[in-house]
Design a protein around this ligand. Sequence first.
Ligand SMILES: *Cc1c(COP(=O)(O)O)cnc(C)c1O
Length: 400
Amino acid sequence: MIDYYQYPDLNGHFEQFGGIFASETLMHCLKELSESYQKVKDSKAFQKEFHNDLAHYVGRPSPLYHAKRLTQTVGGAQIWLKREDLNHTGAHKINNTVGQILLAKAMGKTRIIAETGAGQHGVATATVAARMGLKCIVYMGEVDIQRQAINVYRMKLLGAEVISVNSGSKTLKDALNEAMRDWVSNVDDTFYIIGTVAGPAPYPEMVRDFNSIIGKEAKEQFDKQVGGLPDALVACVGGGSNAMGLFHEFLNDETVHLFGVEAAGHGMRSGQHAASINDGEIGVLHGNRTHVMSDDDGQIIETHSISAGLDYPGVGPEHAFLNLKKRAKYVLANDEEALNAFHLLTEVEGILPALESAHAVAYGMKLAQKLEKDKHIIINLSGRGDKDVHTIAALEGIEV
Ligand SMILES: *Cc1c(COP(=O)(O)O)cnc(C)c1O
């Protein structure tokens, strides 16, 4: 059996995936970052401060909740929800930004930059920058700025400067490129906070580590509340940080089945989806080799999902690796299934899931139906759905 904790290797490779695809000038920034991260990873003082912030600022531990009515409604295995929606700011993303900003401080950086698509990572970054009193610049595509006006205003309230990116398709991938460019030119005082388990090494490892608190807590909570290990874990996959955060602690526990749920959007045959593992190519995006959504010329294409957070044209390299090794299975939920799951969870448990998380709920329910009542599934509820209420109302033709 493979020891999954040997990965990535010293150069950030998960076998053929990951690594560093970056310009010579960026290499210096990444090397400095890697060295600093390895130092704080082993530092008791850093870990103490990080865990203190998780407890008193983020509000951890998040509960592991037995969704009894959902279990009854679905029929089959017991469904448990890891409640990342109850974190400060309403999703798992804050686990990572709290960690990275502490590292920025340890490195003596005074200027924080980030890229954002839907604005959720931008808000999570602006939040911790406000708390630390650090200057924060968020790159965002012009198209996304128009689509996500509320999150843009939220970032401004938090004191961040939002820079509109007008190149290419004016969306997330162009914002990524612009943030990288900024970093190269301002490396002396600037720290780049990436929002998912993608990017060049050491980001995939670092973002995973900061989110791995999710699985550590879940393992302990499950053992205490039920005993032993769960049978399966289910999480949605955009870049893959909430999924890696839940999976990591269980990677070497062979009996625990792992399911990453990709967004099938309007359906796989429509071509309008964001399922990079199920229907992408191997390529380079965001400084690492992984599965990407690209056309015949290798150009990154626009993806579609009802949930903005899953609308990313790649996936973290560790997921590409877990797929290759068949340690995790990557499955699908489309827009309609996610919407139905959103409504059902809201109606039977009084919990509004984020549309991203609703993809995990949709697949989790299908899985539960196939299993006996004495089996247990943990679904990562990566975020709360309040942010999506307007989108859903508009889709359903309801005026609010
Ligand atoms: C951003 C986001 C996601 C997708 O990001 P991952 O890196 O794949 O976890 C999922 N759920 C919520 C609530 C998000 O905000």
